[in-house]
Write a protein that binds this ligand. Structure first.
Ligand code: PLP
Length: 358
């Protein structure tokens, strides 16, 4: 089966939107070509629309979602700052590591994998943290953590949120929820190949940015000048990746964010109902289960590696294995971006029924 027929239903990347593929195969432009600069600025405007923010400092960081995480932390965490981190999966754990490397004193609020963090526990964890950091959509467990109560109760703290798997798949309201720093990735619900990390920073957070942070490349004092009318050379923009993101955001906004969320919700329901009929049980609690990323326990007697390999080789369908403590026992099935179509769910469930019956 040709590689072009792959249906990417892992935790990412998903299949890119056709408009993205077209944009990324356009002739190369110089990174200072006026045509490219206007695409870059329009990409920042489109990111504001998708993040639902008026933040002036909104741009695609060159690098994957992890670059967004690192850029977020190095710029707002000062040596010795108290940072409250919610941990209910791999990416919350990773936030602790990144924040610790910035010199933070970490106050962890742990929750069992598969359950959502209790916002009140995060708010009560320390009387005056500098930063409260949470992953909105935990890709390792398929759980959605509530953000709005954190924004309402954060007091003087900055609220830093990982939106890598949530942006365009479920509602994200940066300004409406009082989020100060948010970052995402391109390869999930935005339907764009991996390589950029959309980042947005509130004016309130900008007033507290670390001067000369530990990273030169991610220093927002320098990168801030990479976009906008007063631009200066900082690094060579990954032109092709930006053209792809520009097109992906255009597709998402033309569909409408609400319609994109509804499509992800519908596909998530279909995946989850179908998996349960096939003997899988769902890991995440009902009230916090993500539609775009389903984590499911394998039925007894089903071999993880062999079954996933058969799906890939016979049907061209990729699903993800479990991460961390879920490895070998659970699957992560993504239905994101252009992949989030009912026909792909039908294909997956039909193929899976056939493979399990053998
Ligand atoms: N945060 C979350 C929630 C993720 O799911 C991921 C990747 O899957 C990352 C951060 C890291 O992103 P990347 O792998 O693009 O560096």
């Amino acid at each position: 089966m040709p590689l072009s027929d792959r249906v990417l239903m892992g935790p990412g990347p998903c299949n890119p939107y056709p408009e993205v593929v077209e944009a990324m195969t356009r002739p190369m432009l110089g990174h200072l070509d006026p045509e490219f600069l206007s695409v870059l600025d329009e990409t920042c405007d489109r990111l504001r629309a998708v993040f639902r923010t008026a933040n002036a400092l909104t741009l695609p960081i060159s690098g994957t979602g992890s670059a967004g995480m690192e850029a977020a932390f190095v710029n707002v965490v000062h040596d010795g700052d108290v940072v409250v981190v919610g941990v209910n999966g791999v990416f919350g754990e990773r936030m602790c590591d990144v924040a610790a490397r910035c010199g933070a004193e970490i106050v962890r609020v742990d929750e069992e994998w598969g359950r959502a963090l209790d916002p009140q526990r995060l708010l009560d964890a320390h009387p005056s943290p500098a930063v409260i950091a949470v992953v909105h959509a935990e890709t390792s467990t398929g759980v959605r953590n509530d953000i709005a109560p954190l924004g309402a109760g954060k007091g003087d703290a900055l609220l830093l949120v990982d939106c890598v798997t949530s942006l365009a798949g479920i509602p994200v309201e940066v300004d409406g929820w009082g989020v100060d720093v948010a970052y995402a990735g391109t390869q999930k619900c935005l339907g764009v190949p991996p390589g950029l990390a959309p980042l947005t920073v509130s004016d309130r957070a900008r007033e507290r940015l670390v001067v000369r942070p530990r990273s030169w490349y991610f220093d927002l004092g320098l990168i801030g000048e990479y976009t906008g009318p007063a631009r200066k050379y900082h690094h060579t923009a990954p032109v092709t990746a930006v053209l792809g993101l520009h097109a992906g955001l255009g597709t998402v906004l033309a569909e409408g964010l609400e319609r994109s969320w509804a499509r992800h919700a519908e596909c998530g329901r279909l995946v989850q109902d179908g998996l349960q009929k096939l003997g899988f049980s769902l890991v995440a609690d009902d009230d916090c289960r993500l539609p775009q990323l389903t984590t499911a326990w394998l039925p007894d007697g089903v071999d993880d590696a062999i079954t996933r390999r058969t799906l890939l080789e016979r049907f061209g369908i990729e699903v993800g294995g479990g991460l961390g403590v879920f490895a070998g026992r659970a699957w992560r099935i993504g239905c994101m971006g252009h992949t989030a179509r009912p026909r792909n769910v039908t294909l997956l469930l039909g193929a899976l029924a056939e493979v399990l019956a053998r």
